[in-house]
Design a protein around this ligand. Structure first.
Ligand code: ACO
Length: 333
């Protein structure tokens, strides 16, 4: 009989590809300036994969580091959930590709598409499998190679995104532990679909010379609309989850928001009345890595000895769909 346990994040790791593109490099691609990018977004540089490097490759690098740190073998992994909008291919899933490359022979898994909320939604999903008592070792991967779906001639989008991967290990906490994942809230609203999307390559507009000539295989965004909704909903869902759990922002040790724009983050911080040292930010060096922003921030904050055992961590996201959500985590290691 399965026993219900709280799921906990018991390890995190990240990997960014080596190639760095600075704002000065972007100035050579499009009509932009370092000053515009920094003041409008907070971004100074971003990472890019090298040719032939796909989402599964970034994920395998991060997972290999994580397994080594945890002294675990790949065959110990039972479940791999991959949040991504840039799978290696339409199918097989990136989860299958990772399982094969890692020789995680006892794992099953699948990809989950929720754009910038991918990691939050995948964490909420994996939590169900662990807390139900069904599984003891699940990997939640947030990975995106945004450079594969960005038009490097469109200044509205190309400066905003980067490539990267973060991964979290989920395991059950001992019974009666106060540590682990406390709660999730996940939302979608399809009305937002028209403001941020990649139309080509799916079943609606299958790849053709027409879709290629109309540039339908890259990200299209109405930045202002996305900005407006992100600012409102990321703060609102954070307040909602705190209130539901009888907590206030003063109880939060660290807030990890999705990293789309520093101004969105600062606006949320202000609404939630958080101090600078409560907010984890990596957008300056890595830009918006979509599903990877939150787990990479988590991993870097652990490496920097900021987040530690017992800390209360609030994560919140907003992305294409629209999708948005939050999780409350009592850090377990
Ligand atoms: N360099 C110079 N000028 C630029 C650039 C650039 N890279 N990009 C746009 N501009 C110009 C525009 O063309 C516009 O010019 P115009 O006034 O002559 O038409 C001007 O700058 C102002 O553009 P705005 O769109 O008003 O700029 P804004 O201050 O809104 O910033 C931005 C744009 C940074 C995109 C912002 O709206 C934003 O961050 N939006 C949210 C992005 C986001 O959160 N995405 C969600 C996650 S992504 C996902 O889910 C996959």
């Amino acid at each position: 009989m399965s026993v219900i346990h709280r799921a906990a994040i018991t390890g995190v790791e990240h990997y960014f590809p080596e190639k760095i593109l600075s704002n000065a490099d972007m100035e050579k691609l499009v009509d932009t300036s370092d000053e515009w990018i920094r003041t409008r977004t907070g971004i100074e540089k971003r990472r890019r994969v090298s040719p032939g490097q796909a989402s599964s490759d970034l994920a395998c690098k991060a997972i290999t580091k994580l397994l080594k740190k945890k002294k675990m073998a790949a065959k110990d992994i039972e479940l791999i959930i991959v949040a991504t909008v840039t799978p290696d291919m339409m199918f097989p899933s990136t989860a299958c590709r990772i399982q094969e490359k890692m020789a995680a022979t006892h794992a099953w898994g699948f990809d989950l598409s929720a754009a910038c909320s991918g990691f939050v939604f995948a964490l909420a999903t994996a939590d169900q499998f662990i807390s139900s008592g069904r599984y003891k070792n699940a990997l939640v991967v947030g990975v995106d190679v945004m450079s594969s779906i960005i038009d490097d001639h469109d200044r509205n989008t190309c400066v905003l995104f980067g490539d990267g991967c973060g991964v979290a290990l989920l395991q059950p906490e001992p019974e009666a532990s106060s540590l682990g994942i406390l709660d999730h809230l996940c939302h979608i609203d399809g009305k937002g679909g028209e403001f941020l999307y990649m139309p080509g390559g799916g079943s609606l507009y299958g790849t053709s010379s027409d879709t290629l000539s109309k540039n339908m295989h890259v990200v299209h965004q109405e930045g202002k609309q996305v900005f407006k909704h992100a600012v409102t909903e990321m703060a609102r869902v954070s307040e909602e989850i705190l209130e539901k759990n009888n907590l206030s922002s003063e109880d939060i040790d660290y807030f990890i928001p999705h990293q789309a724009n520093l101004r969105i983050i600062e606006s949320c911080q202000k609404k939630l009345k958080l101090k600078d040292d409560q907010v984890i930010v990596n957008i300056k060096d890595f830009a918006n890595t979509t599903s990877a922003t939150i787990p990479t921030c988590m991993s870097q904050a652990v490496d920097d000895k900021k987040i530690k055992k017992g800390d209360l961590v609030l994560i919140a996201s907003f992305g294409a769909g629209f999708t948005w959500g939050a999780s409350l985590i009592r850090w377990a290691f």
